[in-house]
Design a binder for this molecule. Structure first.
Ligand code: FAD
Length: 314
């Protein structure tokens, strides 16, 4: 068995918090994303609670150590060279609770959207059915202003609890935070901790029916193979999926990555793709959309990390 020496920085991180905060060094990230590609996190951690997250953020800020938040990795394309610095995932119970008090549903940033929708249905609370099929966390959904079936995260959010990069905690009405299509600039520089969502009463049967309709629509229109959801934002003139289909690119392959035959705006990891394969396919599609239709396709998927070639110096 080979022994990997503990990096001194990891020891420093560990001294800042209790043993309930989980740390790993050189943590493979592909398995923590739905696309299943990408390199490792130099350091990976799951903080136990808000005070410990706060201490870690304060330290990274004061020491100029890069960090990034990882939700459920369903909107991420991590480059093959991985992520330098600290990757923080708010998946521990303190960040993942869903509590319901009358007509108010509060959920931690680490809660799965599916669990939020199912819990609301169980309590006869409607308005969150659209979250059921989005395979992300509340934190990722706030950052992306995720939406489906005519609903969007910020349209149902009443208030937000967040942390600054220096580790201070605040609450804010959601109406004071700017959000737009699949983007919330505020969460580029703040950490989402929790959200209070607007719900209203309905029968569990009616809620269940709407969730089932949404889910059936998804199964028919989306590929089952590993992907990061929609790769491109929809331009104002045409949905990206339709454009890609019209360009004749459904089924186009580079390495192990392919444009889905089911939905043109999904790139699937068909055969042990690398991030480089996926990035090359993205560029190919963007180039073709620009030269043949004059449309600039902007990625919806968040592309993070460093290229492998940068690490090897080639
Ligand atoms: C099959 C499939 C279907 C999908 N369908 C939809 C859909 O219908 N609608 C839709 O909008 N999206 C869809 N997506 C995309 C994705 O599920 C959403 O964008 C989701 O909200 C991302 O959440 P996540 O937890 O996976 O975030 P991640 O992918 O882990 O991260 C996304 C971004 O959020 C940031 N982030 C994560 N947590 C926090 C936090 N606590 N505070 C601040 N920033 C944070 C990350 O740093 C990153 O920049 C789909 C994806 C797949 C694979």
């Amino acid at each position: 068995m080979t022994h990997v020496a503990t990096h001194p920085l990891l020891t420093t991180f560990q001294r800042l918090v209790s043993e309930n905060t989980i740390f790993r060094q050189d943590e493979p990230l592909a398995r923590r994303t739905t696309m299943r590609v990408g390199g490792t996190a130099e350091f990976y951690c799951e903080p136990a609670n808000e005070p410990e997250l706060s201490r870690l953020l304060e330290f990274t800020q004061n020491s100029d150590i890069p960090f990034m938040l990882l939700g459920r990795g369903s909107n991420l394309l991590i480059r093959d060279g991985g992520i330098p610095g600290l990757v923080i995932c708010l998946s521990q119970p303190d960040f993942s609770r869903i509590t319901i008090d009358g007509q108010t549903l509060r959920c931690g940033a680490g809660a799965r959207l599916k669990h939020v929708a199912v819990e609301a249905r169980r309590q006869g609370l409607a308005g969150l059915e659209f979250l059921e099929g989005i395979p992300g966390s509340v934190g990722g959904a706030l950052r992306m202003n995720a939406g489906a079936m005519g609903g969007a995260m910020f349209a149902v959010t009443q208030s937000i609890r967040y942390m600054t990069l220096g580790g201070q905690t605040h609450n804010l009405p959601a109406a004071e935070i700017q959000s737009n299509y699949r983007h919330c600039p505020f969460f580029e520089t703040h950490v989402a901790l929790a959200a209070t969502l607007n719900v209203h009463s309905d029968t569990s049967e009616a809620i269940e029916r709407r969730m089932k309709e949404g889910s059936e629509k998804r199964w028919k229109s989306q590929p089952a193979a590993p992907s990061a959801g929609c790769i491109f934002k929809n331009p104002t003139t045409i949905p990206s999926g339709k454009l890609i289909e019209e360009l004749g690119l459904k089924g186009k392959r580079i390495g192990g990555a392919a444009v889905s035959d089911v939905h043109g705006n999904f790139i699937v990891n068909e055969n042990q793709a690398t991030a480089e394969d996926v990035l090359a396919l993205i560029e190919f599609i963007q180039q073709k959309a620009l030269t043949e239709r004059g449309i600039r396709l902007e990625t919806e998927v968040q592309i993070v990390g460093v290229n492998k070639s940068l690490l090897s110096g080639s």
